[in-house]
Design a binder for this molecule. Structure first.
Ligand SMILES: Cc1cc2nc3c(=O)[nH]c(=O)nc-3n(C[C@H](O)[C@H](O)[C@H](O)COP(=O)(O)OP(=O)(O)OC[C@H]3O[C@@H](n4cnc5c(N)ncnc54)[C@H](O)[C@@H]3O)c2cc1C
Length: 297
């Protein structure tokens, strides 16, 4: 007896991924009078409860002997529906792959699925080692809030170890405004590396910041609960992937009809993205690639 029902869906353009690159591409393709279907892992356009629950169900073979991947799948889909989607053109907008790192601030589900799918069908990937680490993230293992590293440009704000020593000075860096994010991330990482340093924890401290300035800067703090806090534990965290799926200038991959856009792709930002450019990219190229995908369909 079948445990699930299979249904067939047809469309001109299938967009996979509900981030802004996917949404923008879907809108552009729809404006070109094509039938568009957008599928995504999580709630479209928002982080959903998955964001805070952090729980993932999987069966990989180390649980009870009467449980296995097949039984888990049957449990999961029992009584549910499967859709087979027939599309003339597919746009991969599944984001990057920062969730493969222990320390990351990306939402759950950004696992490089689009890159894996493209690779499986023979489409090349490029620059996969180009991953940008945000230097001063907070939270468990740098998992969430970003403490704006430009705070270090303020006199009285220092990056210090547990002994209160200014770690930038010990690297010969006197002017924090001249340090790029990647250099800052390297310095903090080296200081946290137990084989190179006795420091396990690094802090951004603003004890010496004049009170008036401190009040002005509270708007830069990512949480209102931190307003009175003077010392923050920080760590580098995987933030953005510059590598990914290789496309031509229209967003089409080497497989005709398969497009990619957004953080899923390679090459737009070279080896090190400048702050703010990702959103500019996904809005402009999302529209461009959506249109090209519609024309191909
Ligand atoms: C904390 C943080 C702050 C940032 N701040 C800035 C900033 O200020 N300025 C800036 O320019 N950039 C910033 N960035 C980077 C920027 O947000 C991202 O690069 C950009 O949003 C990526 O958009 P995207 O649509 O390509 O991918 P995403 O927004 O990551 O969306 C990918 C979508 O694909 C879905 N998906 C994944 N796998 C599958 C699958 N197998 N099937 C179906 N759907 C799937 C996901 O659920 C998601 O909906 C920040 C990033 C982070 C993490």
């Amino acid at each position: 007896m079948p445990v699930w029902r299979e249904e067939k869906l047809c469309c001109d353009v299938l967009v996979i991924g509900g981030g802004d690159a996917g949404l923008r591409a879907a809108i552009a393709a729809k404006l070109c009078d094509t039938d568009v279907l957008l599928v995504t892992k999580m709630k479209v356009g928002s982080t959903s409860n998955t964001y805070i629950s952090k729980a993932v169900m999987a069966s990989i073979g180390w649980g009870p002997p009467d449980d296995n991947a097949r039984i888990h799948m049957v449990d999961t889909v029992s009584g549910g529906r499967f859709y087979t989607i027939h599309a003339k053109v597919v746009v991969l907008a599944t984001g990057g792959y920062a969730q493969i790192y222990l320390n990351t601030n990306n939402v759950p589900g950004i696992n490089g699925d689009g890159q894996a799918l493209a690779y499986d069908v023979g489409v090349p990937l490029k620059d996969m080692e180009f991953v940008q680490f945000y230097p001063t993230a907070t939270g468990k293992r740098g998992s969430r809030l970003l403490l704006y590293e430009r705070m270090l440009a303020q006199p009285g704000v220092v990056l210090r170890d547990a002994q209160d020593e200014d770690i930038l000075r010990s690297y010969g860096i006197d002017d924090a405004t001249k340090v790029t994010r990647d250099r800052l991330a390297q310095v903090i990482y080296e200081e946290m590396n137990p084989t190179k340093s006795t420091n396990q924890e690094i802090f951004m401290g603003r004890k010496a910041l004049p009170e008036q300035k401190a009040t002005q800067l509270t708007s830069l703090l990512p949480s209102r609960w931190w307003k009175g806090q003077k010392v923050f534990k920080v760590a580098p965290t995987a933030h953005f992937c510059m590598g990914g799926i290789v496309t031509d200038p229209s967003g089409e991959t080497s497989l005709m009809g398969l497009f990619a856009v957004g953080e899923a792709t390679a090459g737009v930002h070279g080896a090190n993205r400048l702050g703010g450019n990702a959103l500019a990219e996904i809005f402009s190229l999302g529209a461009w690639v959506g249109k090209k995908a519609a024309l191909r369909a």
